[in-house]
Design a protein around this ligand. Structure first.
Ligand SMILES: [Cu+2]
Length: 369
């Protein structure tokens, strides 16, 4: 029955799509006349940075890779794990609510987070652009036994556990909402982002022992989140610049697992110079503040390492970004954009005990129709 319907409708749908492609695209292609410029978009790591003209549609893909594999940090200072009195061993796993685990036995030696995001934009009018951004997350972590852990723990022969890796991957949270123009004129524009994040990412990822894994290895926040932003873009000839304030506000007290990730506040500013009609280079500064996790899913978490404790999350961070943007200015591939940016950590001031960051790579492709 459904087969029949499909057979009847499929040729019609194909004809309609072909007609849309043949007749529709010149009409939809607002950029046809004007040459697209590489710095028409912000550096790769900046989201919700630009709007579209009425009727324009954009499809984009965003990739990011971030790694922590540096020193173990206590605030801004480095911990020497080979010192038997180090706080990572003696204090990072202390939690008033938890009896029994006074010492950590494991510590994080590397964590990699990758994000694949679809970036779909459509502008029904000039003053509003709608966006949907589903994402896929992949996290990998390597842990090792803390030196001296076996001396004062009741957990058996810790020094035989050694290094081990674990990972999670799957759909992350889905971001959607609208960008609304506040003001624009020759050489500048100002808009606000009213975005939301739906908790489509899992918060029930488990470790091999069946317990829920670390908060940072879960694929989503588990809460409905509000992502407000304010973006200013300016340009004069070959130079362009921008400033963006953005945040993540958790709209629920806790998720199904009984905790809530910290709120996030970011301020970033950048400048880009158009070297040729197809390439621009950018410099960016980024300041990020992340609050501690509230609540806890302990004792479901294993509670043997710092990432199992809410107090070891968040902090304030400062990064410098270097990026390049490319666009195909004309020809068959006109309007295809590619941008790459590297964010180099300058300062980590962490809550509790965490591992130092190595940096973040962003790479985007997009095309507007
Ligand atoms: Cu766009």
């Amino acid at each position: 029955m459904f087969g029949d319907t499909t057979r009847r409708l499929a040729p019609r749908a194909a004809t309609f799509l072909a007609a849309l492609l043949i007749y529709g695209s010149p009409a939809l292609a607002h950029e046809q006349g004007a040459k697209p410029i590489p710095d028409g978009h912000a550096p790769a790591g900046v989201m919700v940075d630009h709007m579209h003209k009425a009727g324009e549609f954009m499809v984009g893909y965003r990739y990011s890779w971030a790694r922590q594999s540096g020193d173990q940090l206590d605030g801004t200072s480095t911990i020497n794990v080979n010192d038997p009195s180090n706080p990572l061993l003696h204090r990072a796993c202390q939690n008033e609510a938890v009896a029994g685990h006074e010492h950590c036995s494991m510590y994080q030696t590397e964590m990699t987070m990758q994000m694949h995001m679809l970036d779909i934009m459509y502008a029904p009018t000039d003053w509003m652009t709608l966006m949907v951004m589903p994402q896929w997350m992949t996290m990998d972590m390597t842990m090792d036994t803390l030196p001296f852990a076996h001396h004062d723990m009741g957990h058996g022969d810790m020094d035989h556990m050694g290094s081990h890796s674990h990972g999670t991957d799957g759909f992350g949270d889905t971001i959607f909402g609208a960008l609304i123009k506040i003001s624009s004129g020759p050489g500048y524009s100002l808009h606000t982002g009213m975005m939301f994040s739906a908790p489509t990412g899992s918060t029930t990822e488990r470790a091999s022992n069946g317990n829920l894994t670390h908060y940072m290895m879960q694929l989503g926040s588990g809460t409905w989140d509000f992502l407000p932003s304010l973006t200013y873009n300016g340009r004069a000839d070959r130079l362009s610049w921008g400033v963006q304030l953005s945040g993540i506000v958790r709209m629920e007290d806790e998720n199904d697992q009984g905790y809530r990730l910290g709120d996030v506040f970011q301020a970033t500013g950048w400048a880009a110079y158009r070297l040729t009609d197809w390439m621009s280079a950018s410099v960016r500064l980024l300041s990020t503040r992340v609050s501690q996790i509230e609540g806890s899913f302990y004792p479901t978490g294993s509670g043997m390492s710092a990432p199992d404790f809410p107090t070891n999350y968040g902090g304030s961070y400062f990064d410098v970004g270097l990026g390049v943007n490319f666009v195909v200015p004309d020809g068959a591939l006109k309007g295809h954009r590619l941008s790459v940016e590297w964010l180099e950590p300058v300062r980590d001031d962490v809550n509790g005990y965490q591992q130092e960051r190595d940096g973040t790579l962003y790479a985007n492709w997009s095309k507007a129709f």
